[in-house]
Write a protein that binds this ligand. Structure first.
Ligand code: DAH
Length: 364
């Protein structure tokens, strides 16, 4: 067996490999020149039968040829794969911007977003500025600085999710595993906004809030809008006028607002506020004497909490220009989902988060 024959095989293989037009042809060439029945494989297998004087030369030539052919196969395989990929990218191209078949209309904002924006528009129109704050909050802002000292029973109404604090936690806000939490209301931004800007201050705080609640009208994550007005000489009458203006914009120009005494630690006095029922016009009954199902015959629908800012809260920000003896202010807070549900006649809050397109597309 001559070394020349091996050189010939190598040449033939090189030509076949270079000429392979696709991976199938390349595989055929590989089997032909390197497979079990290939001539070169036979040569390698027969080396031990050769005359000892030939063995070394033929053996090393055959091994070199095999390695060279293997390298050519691998190189051509890479080339062919790239070519084939390029071809399929060219021909199998999909234009994801084409309308579907059948075409679907473009979507729209989620009802919660639309409701939040509507509320923002109304309050910005009244002179409020929109500010946002962290959802992962310090106990200090969520409770302590809002006049819920440690151990205050009102904290229990707002159980939430606690977060392992990071090592570089600001020590002025306390430390320990219970001191970082998912905020239970947007009220903590009252304190942060006052730390940031001196009075007069008119801000609203839309955002996500979290509680350990889950049923048809409560969700562990929900949205609130908080409002805070601070200046000199603000009274409960200003609060009532603001709420009335907002509720008329949301529920119709004939609405009235009612404030009932209530308790919140960070306002004094505190109220809950209601809007007159927009289904029965505040009568509690429909035409024909039937009891109104929306307000359950009461004529009023409960919406949120409010009150005059407790001087103790100003005490936490007195070095930022909020002297509890001179400034006065009011605050209010309510849920966005509740407003959306009322405006759209939805019975179950969970519909808002299941993201069923059949439900969402009704609110375009
Ligand atoms: N943060 C209260 C809650 O989530 C609602 C609230 C009550 C906000 C009174 C206020 C307020 O600003 O003055 O239950």
């Amino acid at each position: 067996m001559s070394v020349e024959r091996i050189g010939k095989i190598e040449e033939e293989a090189a030509a076949a490999i270079a000429g392979a037009g696709d991976t199938a042809e390349l595989e055929e060439a590989r089997v032909r020149f390197l497979g079990r029945k290939a001539e070169l494989t036979g040569i390698l297998r027969g080396i031990s039968d050769l005359d000892p004087s030939e063995r070394g030369e033929v053996g090393s030539a055959a091994n070199r040829a095999r390695e060279a052919i293997e390298a050519l196969v691998a190189g051509r395989a890479g080339e062919l794969e790239r070519e084939e990929l390029g071809r399929s990218l060219e021909t199998d191209r999909l234009d994801v911007t084409l309308p579907g078949s059948p075409p679907r209309p473009v979507g729209h904002l989620h009802p919660v977003t639309r409701t939040r924006r509507l509320i923002e528009d109304v309050l910005v129109g009244l002179g409020y500025r929109v500010v946002e704050g962290p959802e992962v909050e310090h106990d200090f802002y969520n409770f302590t600085a809002l006049n819920h000292p440690e151990g205050h029973p009102a904290r229990m109404l707002q159980d939430t999710f606690y977060v392992e604090p990071s090592e570089d936690l600001d020590p002025s806000c306390g430390s320990g595993p219970m001191d970082v939490l998912l905020r239970t209301h947007t009220s903590p931004m009252q304190v942060r906004a006052m730390e940031d800007s001196p009075p007069p201050l008119f801000v609203i705080v839309p955002g996500k809030t979290y509680r350990r609640d889950s049923d048809a009208t409560h969700s562990p994550m929900f949205h609130q809008v908080e409002g805070l007005a601070v200046g000199e000489g603000l009274t409960l009458a200003d609060l009532k006028g603001t709420l009335l203006e907002m509720l008329r914009a949301l529920f119709g120009p004939d609405r009235e607002v009612r404030m009932r005494p209530h308790f919140f630690p960070f306002t004094e006095p505190s109220v809950e506020f209601d809007v007159s029922c927009f289904r029965c016009g505040g009568q509690g009954e429909l035409e024909g004497g039937e009891r109104c199902g929306l307000c359950k015959g009461i004529g009023w629908i409960e919406l949120g909490g409010a009150g005059m800012v407790d001087p103790n809260v100003f005490g936490f920000v007195s070095e930022h220009g909020y002297d509890p003896d001179t400034v006065t202010g009011f605050a209010f807070g309510f849920g966005v989902e509740r407003i959306a549900m009322l405006r759209h006649g939805m019975g179950d809050l969970r519909f808002l988060f299941e993201n069923d397109v059949r439900m969402l597309e009704q609110f375009s």
